[in-house]
Design a protein around this ligand. Sequence first.
Ligand SMILES: Cc1cc2nc3c(=O)[nH]c(=O)nc-3n(C[C@H](O)[C@H](O)[C@H](O)COP(=O)(O)OP(=O)(O)OC[C@H]3O[C@@H](n4cnc5c(N)ncnc54)[C@H](O)[C@@H]3O)c2cc1C
Length: 267
Amino acid sequence: MNLLVLLKQVPGTSNVKMDEKTGTMVRTDHENVINPLDENALAAALELKRSIDGSKVTVLSMGPPPASRALREAIAMGADEAHLLCHRGFAGSDTLATARALALAIEHVAGRRLGPNDLVLCGERATDGETGQVGPMISAMLDIAVATYVRGIEVKQDHVVVERVVEEGFERVRMPLPALVTVVKDINQPGFPTLPGKLAAKAAPVPLLTPDDLGLTRDTAGLTGSPTRVVQVFRPKFARDTVLRRQDSGGAAVGSLVDLLIEKEVI
Ligand SMILES: Cc1cc2nc3c(=O)[nH]c(=O)nc-3n(C[C@H](O)[C@H](O)[C@H](O)COP(=O)(O)OP(=O)(O)OC[C@H]3O[C@@H](n4cnc5c(N)ncnc54)[C@H](O)[C@@H]3O)c2cc1C
């Protein structure tokens, strides 16, 4: 089975800073890490690889040159092959341009349109952009089945059965292959790289893909190929509105507070 994992490098902090002038994310201040849910996607692919003979795990990422570190980490954990979409022509991509580039890269790397032997795995969302749009967009572009919020995957002969987390519990869905799943953290506990894995990762090639390789132009890649425009970026201002009410007794104070909450429509 051909297992393709999409892996994004994200800032290793929840305190992502934005450049207020350009409206872009400041990515240089932090050490970058693999998006945590993508580690779950990778672990799920590696588990399937162990259970299905002749399987191969390929990891793909779009990002600046340091993103190759994340791909090497994936090889150290057991992935067979890695490709990095890396070129200034990809810079400033919104979710649509990101999904378009990754969808084309998936077929480029597979060397064909996806078939019944292929499963694409993504995280449910990335901790920086956090839209959760990229996976479902890719499935639409590749015209393949999709399941989001997946916490369990069973590959059968020509289809896949997944368990999706929904508000009231979970649902089991049978999907034809090829398919794309976006996973949640409950799916597994990602493992650690092994020493032989780390050595293999050091020597492994990480080929770069450019917009040209994928047949993309200025109109379809990067900032110029992105319909989203960041008009303004700002921190919301929190202003405290302190109201002091003095009363002679505790009961009167509570009554006064309740009146105030009713007046403000809090209760
Ligand atoms: C309004 C807006 C403006 C933005 N402006 C900028 C900007 O100016 N500069 C900037 O750098 N970013 C910007 N971004 C973020 C950028 O669009 C996202 O980084 C990118 O499009 C992926 O979207 P996401 O992080 O929401 O991914 P999600 O949809 O949350 O990711 C889901 C999954 O898709 C896969 N995935 C997502 N991205 C990649 C990737 N690059 N490589 C491999 N797999 C991936 C992973 O498996 C991930 O778990 C902006 C986002 C928005 C919504």
